[in-house]
Design a protein around this ligand. Structure first.
Ligand SMILES: Nc1nc2c([nH]c(=O)n2[C@@H]2O[C@H](COP(=O)(O)OP(=O)(O)OP(=O)(O)O)[C@@H](O)[C@H]2O)c(=O)[nH]1
Ligand SMILES: [Mg+2]
Length: 137
């Protein structure tokens, strides 16, 4: 049994999908938890913030792109027990944005075909999300 006292942390993440059906993943930088692993851009929802607003903010901060709420389609979610917290992470799909995707906070960015996502090491919470993308995108 996992510790019932662990906090549940709400993190919002996005699968940006380009015109060729490739998905953007980003490599976590040195100095952060899970450094070197590839993730979907996004981050923690701040107190009082709506999830979609948090994701719009994170996509601007991390990638320098502007997304409207109407272009964020709820897709699947991850629910995963890490040692120190329980992660609840909705993954949205987004095919429309403005601005140019720019590496701002990550070590690297990659546009990857869904069938190739499994070649990139990702946090343990992400494995089911990758399977859904491969099967449903
Ligand atoms: N963004 C993102 N976070 C993920 C993924 N998978 C996963 O386990 N996480 C976890 O979710 C948490 C949120 O990560 P984050 O570092 O992006 O949060 P943040 O952007 O708000 O950064 P900050 O806390 O340094 O300000 C981390 O513990 C991270 O390891 C994923 O695919 N994308
Ligand atoms: Mg982040």
């Amino acid at each position: 049994m996992t510790d019932p006292a662990l906090p549940t942390v709400l993190v919002v993440a996005c699968a940006l999908v380009d015109i060729d059906g490739r998905v953007l993943i980003a490599q976590r930088p040195q100095g952060k938890a899970l450094a070197g692993l590839w993730e979907f851009p996004g981050g923690k929802v701040e107190p009082g913030e709506r999830p979609e607003a948090a994701l719009i903010r994170e996509l601007d901060e991390e990638l320098g792109i502007q997304v409207t709420e109407a272009c964020l389609a709820p897709f699947v979610f991850a629910s995963h027990a890490y040692d120190s917290f329980h992660l609840l992470m909705p993954l949205y799909l987004c095919r429309r944005w403005s601005g140019v995707v720019t590496q701002r906070e990550h070590a690297a960015l990659a546009w990857v075909k869904p069938s190739k996502l499994a070649d990139y090491p990702m946090p343990p919470a992400d494995a089911p999300l990758v399977a859904w993308l491969r099967d449903l995108l």
